[in-house]
Design a protein around this ligand. Structure first.
Ligand code: TMP
Length: 238
């Protein structure tokens, strides 16, 4: 596989064409942003760390028979991924109340709801990625009710795998955001990263935040905490 020209550059990733039409290389950048680009920074080694963590997690999901776009890691900060037709929605899976859910519903962070919560959001950063429901998604022509059912089923399986994996390293999976795509034969696959940039991860022993909230809330030690997550996962997966 040969890496060719840059196809797309976003706030935290670059996508490169390859000599194989079915695959792209996704490169993770050190740039980070929050609150729709209002807060920005460059965190040294973040690209490598989020790539490393996401590669370990997606490889683990592949091994658990969950379809993902991930093929293999390419260098320190890259992943070879299958080309997919991206579906412009986000699923947010919540095991513990935190973040926007706590704010929107006036709840304390840390409450454990009696059931897993699945939020559906439209990917429109100009509108603040608004919360929608299944009927909006179908009416907007984004996906069918059958695909929605499959997407929630996969999200629940991903959640189960993440909880089991992170439990082994003393971390609670509070919530996470995922996106999906369709391969050329229409198969639904997870087409996103799963790293401390897109998950809330709390240390079980201390309650310390081990995710991007350290950057969002100026808690410091962002890189060091991501390194700790990578090291703990490495110890159980390699
Ligand atoms: P929220 O509480 O701000 O809605 O975030 C829920 C989870 O989703 C949290 O783990 C952070 C993640 N997330 C992203 O990865 N990207 C986003 O654009 C947003 C809004 C949340």
């Amino acid at each position: 596989m040969k890496e060719l020209e840059l196809l797309y550059e976003g706030s935290s990733k670059q996508i490169y064409k390859t000599d194989c039409d079915d695959h792209v290389v996704v490169r993770f950048k050190d740039h980070t942003s929050a609150f729709y680009n209002i807060k920005r920074a460059i965190i040294e080694h973040k690209g490598r760390l989020t790539c490393e963590i996401s590669s370990m997690v997606l490889e683990y999901l592949n091994s658990q028979n969950i379809n993902t776009h991930f093929v293999e890691r390419v260098g320190a900060d890259g992943q070879l991924c299958r080309v997919v037709e991206h579906i412009p929605v986000e699923v947010i899976v919540r095991n513990v109340v935190a973040g926007s859910m706590a704010k929107r519903l006036g709840l304390d962070e840390g409450i454990i709801p009696q059931n897993t919560i699945f939020d559906l959001c439209l990917r429109r950063s100009d509108l603040g990625d608004p919360l929608i429901n299944d009927h909006h998604a179908v009416a907007l022509g984004l996906l069918s009710y059958e695909e929605l059912a499959k997407m929630y089923e996969m999200s629940a399986s991903i959640n189960k795998c993440l909880i089991e994996l992170y439990d082994k390293v003393g971390i609670t999976v509070v919530d996470f955001k995922i996106e999906f795509g369709r391969t050329s034969d229409g198969t639904l696959v997870l087409a996103d990263e799963l790293s401390p940039d897109t998950c809330r991860l709390w240390d079980k022993a201390t309650g310390e935040r081990m995710d991007k909230d350290r950057f969002r809330r100026d808690l410091g030690r962002v890189r060091e905490t991501y390194e700790e997550v990578a090291e703990r996962l490495h110890n159980v997966l390699k």
